[in-house]
Design a protein around this ligand. Structure first.
Ligand SMILES: Nc1ncnc2c1ncn2[C@@H]1O[C@H](COP(=O)(O)OP(=O)(O)O)[C@@H](O)[C@H]1O
Ligand SMILES: [Mg+2]
Length: 320
């Protein structure tokens, strides 16, 4: 296995990154679609890297690829994604994009953007596999975007309800939230928070014996459609519930929904809950929210969830 490492550039690495970008352009292995940048001077390129930073990927110590960041209002944009022959584009781009997402989270961005022309198909391939959705396509150039996943730790059931409340503020009618986690992980507890955030009527409880329950809104917001899919597949099928009529007007939350609820909407928030490590008896839970689909790009998922007074900075997960 080759040793692949990615570092943020500083000092003499800025020059190395410029060399990598030059070499990959000459070889037709740069994803950057803007023709003007091909004539960009070395001075302008290193100034751009100095201002907003970039990443350099080394394979077995050899410079193999890189990219330049641009902090925009729409998120962290990845420019000049480059791979030098003979290094394998998919391997290098994967390492770069993975590291770029960590940088984006560290800089408090909600979203990551990639603009790509056809020179480096691996860039598009890798990003699509990592959940980037197509935002627009203009001639040969493609804009891809991804809302970053968020990981939070909660200390108790109220903390998990607060996460639910914040999730609710992100949603509107037609949205789907898929809850994943073992029995007692906190799926119903989180749904209680969503119900509170949506200001719906009725107590949210485990619907295990009824499979689904509709909660009417107190105001003019959406319904909450709360589904427990635990028994789906064992006799009951999601289609039999005939939920489609409700889904458009509701925020639909499906416990045990992974692998069954995806047909209800092509975009969703997947929420994984698990008990905190080494703390089986205690009340901590790790909650990871993964936005799926272009719907969440620009929705501010990360900033809506991170930084609650209730959770406290010490309880926020890594990269938060
Ligand atoms: N941090 C926490 N988040 C959620 N629930 C917690 C937490 N700490 C303790 N609990 C308790 O764990 C149980 C979770 O149950 P529930 O939400 O019904 O799980 P599920 O629906 O995933 O089976 C509740 O009794 C809740 O009070
Ligand atoms: Mg439950």
């Amino acid at each position: 296995m080759p040793d692949v490492r990615v570092d943020e550039v500083a000092g003499s690495d800025v020059d190395t990154l410029c060399d990598v970008i030059d070499a990959s352009r000459c070889a037709g292995r740069s994803a950057d679609p803007v023709p003007a940048t091909w004539e960009e001077t070395r001075t302008a390129l290193s100034a751009a890297i100095g201002a907003t930073g970039g990443l350099l990927c080394r394979v077995d110590g050899e410079p193999a690829g890189g990219l330049v960041f641009d902090d925009t209002d729409s998120g962290l944009a990845l420019h000049r994604v480059s791979v030098v022959p003979p290094f394998r584009p998919v391997e290098v781009v994967s390492a770069l994009v993975c590291a770029a997402e960590e940088v984006a989270a560290g800089r408090s961005h909600d979203d990551v953007l990639l603009l790509s022309a056809n020179q480096l198909e691996a860039a598009v391939e890798v990003c699509v596999a990592r959940g980037y959705a197509e935002l627009s396509s203009n001639g040969g150039a493609l804009a891809l975007g991804k809302a970053l996943p968020v990981t939070l730790d909660t200390a108790d059931a109220d903390g998990t309800r607060e996460v639910g409340r914040r999730l609710a503020k992100l949603t509107r009618a037609g949205d789907l939230v898929v809850l994943v986690g073992e029995l007692g992980a906190g799926k119903t507890t989180l749904t209680q928070g969503i119900g509170a955030g949506l200001e719906v009527r009725g107590d949210v409880t485990s619907p295990t014996y009824v499979i689904s329950r509709v909660h009417q809104p107190r105001g003019d917001g959406p319904f909450l459609l709360h589904v427990d899919a635990y028994r789906i597949g064992a006799g009951a099928e999601l289609e039999d519930l005939d939920l489609d009529a409700f889904v458009e007007e509701a925020v639909t939350v499906v416990e045990w929904g992974e692998g069954v609820a995806e047909t209800l909407a092509d975009h969703r928030l997947v929420v994984r809950l698990s008990r905190g490590r080494g703390n089986e008896a205690g009340g901590t839970r790790r909650i990871t929210v993964t936005p799926v689909g272009a719907r969440w790009f620009g929705a501010g998922v990360r900033s809506a969830l991170v930084g609650t007074a209730l959770l406290g900075p010490a309880l926020l997960g890594p990269g938060s």
